[in-house]
Write a protein that binds this ligand. Structure first.
Ligand SMILES: Nc1ncnc2c1ncn2[C@@H]1O[C@H](COP(=O)(O)OP(=O)(O)OP(=O)(O)O)[C@@H](O)[C@H]1O
Length: 366
């Protein structure tokens, strides 16, 4: 069985004239990275809300890690949610807590021992490049830094699933590359990622599975997919935008080809020229696309799943009523410390004036 299974799922909000989701069938395996795309109002956030059990389906069946979400009791919902990390467009950090406290709090509420929290928090913050900013308050962070705190918080418990709703929606393209780099690195540890986005450049660079919604229905489900918002359902505005973007993309591709050909002549091995088709080269391609240059700062900082199987409680499997009763006891189970991730290399000084991508390293210890 897939990790996430939706069978004929529909959602009709109260007083709505048409369904927000209409007979959706979707199966997502452990370790998948899925982009949910589609125009505003297509149903992306609704789908994520159902998976988080913030909303209940009006019809159909949703199973996540064996939990039947229609049958889960209200009492058990918080317990279920602890196995899922959620990242929002507007970060949703606790404004009266420092960076360190925001991440620590996520572990505290699931009953993690203080000594374990003390060892995990610095490691997770280091992994997302925020060492040195532990004592900052959320209002003292750039958007990219705030989103990295949110991701650190979502990942601290090493969940089996991270749901992200437009995580780059408030960020500039260069900062978005850093966020995608962190999400990609997390995905490589075995965490399934489902990310709703409008960002065509990210989708087209990352070449992950693309699930496109339109009017609450899945109209496309494609491995290594692309996204052109005007391709399937054009209107005048998106068509014009699409034509402009196609032209810009063509110009960028010419630049990339010229640059990589020159680099190749000078130094690169032949297989690097093939990287543009490689789904594993998504972040590098995105970085080239937005001219951010170097990547790979975070990828090495996340330990693979095999080394971190005991890190956190992960997704909570389906529970019986007795298991629910022992939930409190289960919360008190100590979470062993994860292996210490290697320190990410210090990136070169950024060309951009945005401090986000370099700040965490260059000002380390401030
Ligand atoms: N709480 C709600 N009550 C009533 N209708 C809602 C509610 N939330 C969403 N809808 C409606 O459901 C449909 C799907 O909305 P949803 O937010 O899931 O789309 P979306 O694809 O995430 O859009 P966006 O990209 O703008 O966030 C829309 O028609 C929206 O107006």
């Amino acid at each position: 069985m897939a990790l996430i299974d939706l069978e004929n799922v529909s959602k009709v909000y109260d007083h709505a004239s048409k369904p927000a989701l209409d007979e959706v069938n979707l199966h997502i395996n452990r370790g998948d990275f899925v982009f949910l795309v589609g125009a505003s109002g297509a149903g992306k956030s609704t789908l994520l809300s159902l998976l988080l059990r913030e909303e209940e389906a009006s019809a159909g069946q949703i199973r996540v890690a064996g939990n039947d979400l229609q049958r889960i009791s209200h009492r058990h919902v918080p317990h279920y949610r602890r196995g899922i990390g959620f990242v929002f467009q507007d970060y949703k950090l606790l404004e009266n807590m420092t960076v360190w406290e925001n991440v620590a709090f996520a572990l505290e509420v699931i009953g993690t021992k203080r000594s374990t929290i003390k060892s995990i928090v610095p490691q997770v913050l280091e992994a997302v490049g925020l060492t040195g900013k532990e004592n900052r308050m959320p209002h003292e962070l750039s958007g990219g830094e705030a989103q990295r705190v949110a991701i650190a918080r979502a990942y601290a418990n090493h969940p089996a699933i991270i749901l992200a709703d437009e995580p780059t929606g408030n960020l500039d393209p260069t900062t978005s590359v850093g966020i995608m780099e962190v999400l990609e690195a997390i995905n490589r540890t075995g965490t399934t990622i489902v990310m709703a986005t409008h960002n065509e450049e990210i989708v087209n660079s990352m070449r992950k599975r693309v699930v496109e919604l339109h009017g609450g229905r899945i109209v496309r489900d494609e491995e290594n997919g692309m996204y052109d918002s005007a391709l399937y359902f054009p209107d005048t505005e998106t068509e014009q935008k699409s034509r402009l973007e196609q032209t810009m993309r063509a110009v960028r591709e010419i630049n990339t080809v010229v640059t990589s050909s020159m680099d190749a002549v000078q130094s690169a091995p032949a297989q690097e020229l093939l990287a543009d088709d490689d789904p594993d080269e998504g972040v590098a391609r995105l970085a080239r696309s937005v001219h951010a240059g170097r990547t790979g700062r975070y990828g090495e900082a996340f330990a693979p799943a095999e080394e971190t199987l005991t890190w956190g409680t992960g997704i909570i499997p389906a529970v019986s009523e007795e298991a629910e009763e022992t939930e409190e006891a289960a919360q008190k189970v100590a979470v062993p410390a994860p292996p210490k991730p290697p320190i990410p290399p210090t990136p070169p000084a950024a060309e951009s004036t945005d401090t986000d991508t370099t700040d965490a390293h260059t000002k380390e210890g401030e």
